[in-house]
Design a protein. Structure first.
Length: 626
């Protein structure tokens, strides 16, 4: 069969058989039989014959061949029906495909019926055929009544490709048919993924050709293009470098379109689309996208809680690069993301709100074995606080929690920017199964562990069901780059260059970074600009700590000195005595100079001042010019 297909797919042989349609009866019948066996490969050559009025005497034979191919000719003929410039060609394709009553014809009928540029005859015939295929009766008095919204029907067709729900032809490579001006019907071998993208965007472009202001089609087409751009260029290169035309076009199309695209991607857990949309929004820098007029947070703020770390990081960077006129909801989350990048904590965080202490301990161990960092609480209120205070990747709620109804718990989470897309696992006994199913039907992103997952395989299945598709893991170089960028942002916030961000969420990370010789200089430089006793005490303790590299000691001492200069000395006599003793220890000369200068300023004595003054030379005037 493979050899036969290759043989019958030879271009010269197909052209020979087409030319034999003009031959004697025996030759003509043999050629027709071979063309039928060739299937869809022969359709472009047959369409060329139908397009040539000089060969009108064999048009009936060509139509007979197309009809004899049955389903083999449907795919290319559908393209002829939708895109061929000749009305007669479109009508032939319509009648041949209609004989098969192939369901693939339905979206093309919606298109033909809705297209104002189509001939009235074909529009009327398409409407009748559509009513028949949909099993809807249309009386003569309802001949103009709409069968449905053609835009919704074609949008659903595109969404099936976007969500990988549309069945594709078999094989690793698939034939994609298109109509090219001047060439006619053309076949192209593409991968299965390319076929999905081409088919989905094909229908969206058809919608927008007729209804250019149809917003759902604009959003879905933008989603397709952004997702595909990430797939082609990779996650590690900015779209501004790999797809500059796409970024430029979307940037001038308005931030609201990108905002809707981002909101849809977050809701549907399309991680690549969300990541790409945020990159383009960073170029737009529209402050209106950070604020919301309704109680729910805008998509840009909700993206700060998305489970994928790349999306969270890109959302934070997008907001930080946007000039903002006032404080906004989610500013502390931005700082938390920066702080998390500094500490480079990789393990996902799960909050366990379970009633039974034994089950809590067992669940914590099982999550820890899967790489999670478990946090256990005993009430729904405590779970809400944990989610609000720090990013959480998964929440497990016991059906037996009694402080609030679970409807109320989950409703509060879904209304908050921190928990709007947080995966939730409902944990309970078999008796609570019906209630758990009701909650799962009411709220999105809810997975059931009812009854309790006893087996390890079932437990892992539940956790995987609740997980969100992530991008590829970050490399060590990328993590280091994120860490340095986070430190730079925190320094700008501490300096007051970005006034609408609180520094408090970053304190734990900065205090921990002071203990790391690699991070200590940067952390000390940031804390030097943070007001209050906490930062000054942390710098003093770091300066008084055990022997550290000279560069680290100098950086910490300089930061401590600058903090005292800007905020006065805020510590007690005990710290001052320890600092005085540090000057007597073997420390680098710059550190000793800083300490001496600081002590002179903090506790000046008349004797020391006199000695310093006596060492100063008398200013002399420059010699007079001759």
């Amino acid at each position: 069969n493979a050899a036969l297909r290759r043989h019958l797919g030879d271009e010269k042989l197909l052209q020979f058989y087409v030319s034999r349609l003009h031959g004697r009866t025996g030759e003509r019948q043999y050629a027709m039989m071979q063309l039928v066996r060739a299937g869809e490969r022969a359709v472009p050559y047959l369409i060329q014959v139908l397009s040539d009025p000089q060969q009108k005497q064999v048009h009936d034979n060509v139509i007979t061949v197309l009809r004899s191919m049955r389903g083999e000719a449907v795919a290319p003929l559908l393209v002829v029906l939708a895109d061929a410039p000749s009305a007669s060609l479109r009508m032939v394709a319509f009648h041949v495909v209609l004989e098969e009553r192939d369901p693939r014809l339905i979206p093309y009928l919606w298109l033909a019926e809705a297209n104002p540029n189509e001939t009235p005859v074909l529009r009327r015939e398409a409407r009748r055929a559509l009513a028949s295929l949909l099993h809807r009766s249309v009386s003569p008095t309802e001949s103009q009544a709409p069968l449905g919204d053609w835009r919704v029907e074609l949008l659903r067709e595109a969404e099936n490709y976007y969500h990988h729900r549309q069945p594709l032809p078999p094989g690793e490579t698939v034939r994609w048919w298109r109509w090219e001006p001047g060439k006619g019907l053309v076949a192209q071998s593409v991968s299965r993924r390319d076929y999905e993208v081409l088919a989905g965007t094909y229908w969206l472009r058809k919608i927008l050709d007729i209804a250019p202001d149809y917003r759902p089609a604009q959003v879905l087409l933008t989603s397709f293009l952004l997702e595909r751009a990430i797939e082609v260029s990779g996650w590690d290169k900015p779209l501004s470098a790999t797809s500059p035309q796409l970024v430029s076009t979307l940037s001038v199309s308005g931030g609201r379109l990108l905002e809707e695209t981002l909101g849809r991607a977050l809701h549907e857990r399309k991680t690549a689309t969300a990541f790409a949309a945020l990159q383009v929004l960073a170029e737009v820098r529209d402050a209106r996208l950070v604020y919301s007029g309704d109680p729910s947070a805008p998509p840009l703020i909700r993206a700060l809680s998305y489970p994928d770390p790349r999306v969270r990081w890109q959302a934070a960077n997008t907001i930080l690069q946007t000039p903002l006129p006032s404080a906004f909801r989610g500013s502390s989350q931005v700082v938390q993301i920066l702080a998390r990048a500094v500490t480079l904590r990789d393990n996902p965080r799960v909050v366990l709100a379970l009633v039974d202490a034994i089950q809590t301990r067992q669940a914590a161990e099982r999550f820890r074995a899967l790489g999670y960092e478990p946090v256990t609480v005993a009430s729904g209120r405590a779970a809400l606080r944990e989610v609000a205070n720090e990013h959480t990747d998964l929440l497990v709620l016991d059906m037996r929690l009694s402080d609030f109804p679970l409807d109320y718990h989950i409703s509060l989470l879904r209304q908050s920017p921190e928990g709007g897309y947080l995966p939730i696992v409902l944990w309970g006994t078999e008796e609570s199964q019906s209630e758990a199913r009701r909650l799962a039907a009411r709220f999105p992103f809810v997975t059931l562990a009812v009854p309790f997952p006893m087996s390890e395989a079932m437990f892992q299945h539940i956790v995987q069901s609740a997980a969100v598709p992530h991008g590829p893991p970050l490399s060590q170089a990328q993590r280091q780059a994120m860490r340095q960028e986070a430190l730079n942002w925190l320094l700008r916030i501490a300096r007051g260059e970005l006034p609408h961000y609180p520094m408090a969420p970053a304190y734990p990370a900065l205090l921990a970074a002071l203990q790391d010789d690699t991070l200590a200089p940067s952390a000390a430089a940031i804390l030097a600009h943070v007001r209050g006793r906490l930062a000054q005490e942390a710098l003093a303790k770091a300066m008084l700590a055990a022997q550290r590299p000279d560069a680290v000691q100098i950086a910490i001492a300089q930061a401590f000195y600058h903090h005292v200069q800007a905020n006065t000395y805020l510590l007690g006599d005990e710290h001052l005595q320890q600092i005085r003793g540090l000057a007597q220890k073997p420390v680098p000369a710059p550190v000793r100079d800083i300490i001496v200068r600081l002590l002179q300023q903090l506790s000046p004595s008349p004797t020391a001042t006199s000695q310093l003054l006596q060492r100063l030379p008398v200013p002399t005037a420059p010699p007079a010019k001759p």
